[in-house]
Design a protein around this ligand. Structure first.
Ligand code: BTN
Length: 322
C-alpha cells in the first residue's frame, strides 16, 4: 500500500495531490492515507503536507531504496525481492548468509555503502556512500560448478547492454568480468558460489559500478585504472534508473539461459562488445607465461586463444592477463 502511495506521489511530480484524490486512486480511506503518509515520513521520505492542498513528495533523491526501486520494475524474478542497506560490510556477504537460510532466486541485496567491499582475488573494493552501485544477486541455476563462468558472461553482457543506454561512449567488456569505458574500469563483477562436486547450490553475483566516485578515495594502484560513469554522461546520473536497467537486461538474458540451456545470446553480446578479442593476452601457468592472441569466446564463456605456433586452446579467467 505504501508503495502505491509513493507511486502516485512520484507521478504527480512537483504538484500537491489532495488526500481525497489519493484515497480515491488507491481505494482506501483518507485516514488510512494519512496513516501511511505518517509511516513513510518516519521511514525518511520527505513529504510536505499542507491543509486543503494535500501532499507532495519533496525530493525523491537518488537513494536505492527498495520501494523506490521496485516502482515500474518490469522484472518477474530478478529483483522481485530487494533488500536495501544504508551501510553494510559487503552485499555479497549478506546475500550469501540469506541464501544459506533459503532466500529465493532473484533476491537482490543493495547498499549505499560497503565497509568491507570485496573484489576478485582477495582484493578490497572501495564502496563509498552514494557514489556507486553496490549490489549482489542470489541465483539458483541448475548447472555444474565448472559452468559458473557462464553466469559471469551473462552478467557482463547485461551490464554492458544496460550501461550503453546511458552513455554514447563505448562501454566494452574486458573478459571475463570487467566492464571498461575508455580502457578504464567502470564496473567489476564478482561471481561466487556454494557447490558440491557436481551441483551448484547457489551463486552470488556481486556487481560494483563506479557511478560517481570521488577518485581521491581510490587506492593508488587502482586510481589510474578506474573511471566513473558520471564522467561520460551529460545528465545527472540516476543510480536508480541504472540499477533497474541492469536488472531488466539481466533477467532477459538469464531467463533465456534457463529456458534454452544456452548462453548464446549473451556470448554474442560479449563478442560484439569485447575489449579483449583480437588482442594479445598473456597466458599464465604455474611456471611460465606465454603470449597468445584472443580469437573467440566459447559457448561456455571461455576465452579461445591462438599461440604463436598455431595451437588453439580454451582458457579460464585465472590464467589470463591482458
Ligand atoms: C572486481 O574485483 O572487479 C569485482 C568487484 C565486485 C564488487 C562488488 S560491489 C557489490 C558486491 N559486494 C562486494 O563485496 N563485492 C561485490
Amino acid at each position: 500500500m505504501r508503495k502505491r502511495i509513493l507511486e502516485v506521489l512520484i507521478n504527480s511530480k512537483d504538484k500537491f495531490i489532495s488526500g481525497e484524490e489519493l484515497s480515491k486512486s488507491i481505494g482506501v480511506s483518507r485516514t488510512a492515507v494519512w496513516k501511511h503518509i505518517k509511516k513513510l515520513k518516519e521511514e525518511g521520505y520527505k513529504i510536505e503536507s499542507v491543509p486543503k492542498r494535500g501532499y507532495m513528495l519533496i525530493k525523491e533523491g537518488d537513494k536505492l531504496d527498495s520501494k523506490l526501486l521496485s516502482i515500474d520494475m518490469k522484472n518477474k524474478v530478478i529483483g522481485k525481492e530487494i533488500i536495501h542497506f544504508d551501510s553494510i560490510d559487503s552485499t555479497s556477504n549478506h546475500a550469501k548468509a540469506i541464501a544459506l537460510e533459503g532466500a529465493e532466486e532473484g533476491t537482490v541485496v543493495i547498499a549505499e555503502e560497503q565497509t568491507k567491499g570485496r573484489g576478485r582475488l582477495g582484493r578490497s573494493w572501495v564502496s563509498p556512500k552514494g557514489q556507486g552501485i553496490w549490489m549482489s544477486i542470489i541465483l539458483r541455476p541448475d548447472i555444474i560448478p565448472t559452468h559458473a563462468m557462464k553466469i559471469t558472461q551473462i552478467v557482463a553482457a547485461a551490464i554492458t547492454e544496460a550501461l550503453r543506454k546511458f552513455t554514447k561512449d563505448d562501454v566494452l567488456i574486458k573478459w571475463p568480468n570487467d566492464i571498461v569505458l575508455h580502457k578504464k574500469k567502470v564496473c567489476g563483477i564478482l561471481t561466487e558460489m556454494s557447490a558440491e562436486i557436481d551441483k551448484v547450490n547457489f551463486v552470488i553475483v556481486g556487481i560494483g559500478v563506479n557511478a560517481n566516485m570521488d577518485e581521491t578515495l581510490l587506492p593508488e594502484d587502482v586510481a589510474d585504472k578506474a573511471v566513473s560513469l558520471a564522467k561520460y554522461m551529460d545528465d545527472d546520473i540516476s543510480r536508480k534508473e541504472i540499477v533497474k536497467e541492469i536488472l531488466y537486461e539481466f533477467e532477459k538474458l538469464y531467463m533465456d539461459f534457463i529456458e534454452s540451456r544456452s548462453i548464446e545470446k549473451s556470448i554474442d553480446i560479449c563478442r560484439q562488445y569485447s575489449a579483449t578479442l583480437n588482442n594479445t593476452v598473456r597466458i599464465i601457468s604455474r611456471d611460465s607465461e606465454v603470449k597468445a592472441r584472443a580469437i573467440d569466446l566459447s559457448e561456455e564463456g571461455e576465452l579461445v586463444v591462438e599461440y604463436e605456433d598455431g595451437r588453439v586452446e580454451k582458457v579460464f579467467s585465472g590464467e589470463v592477463s591482458v
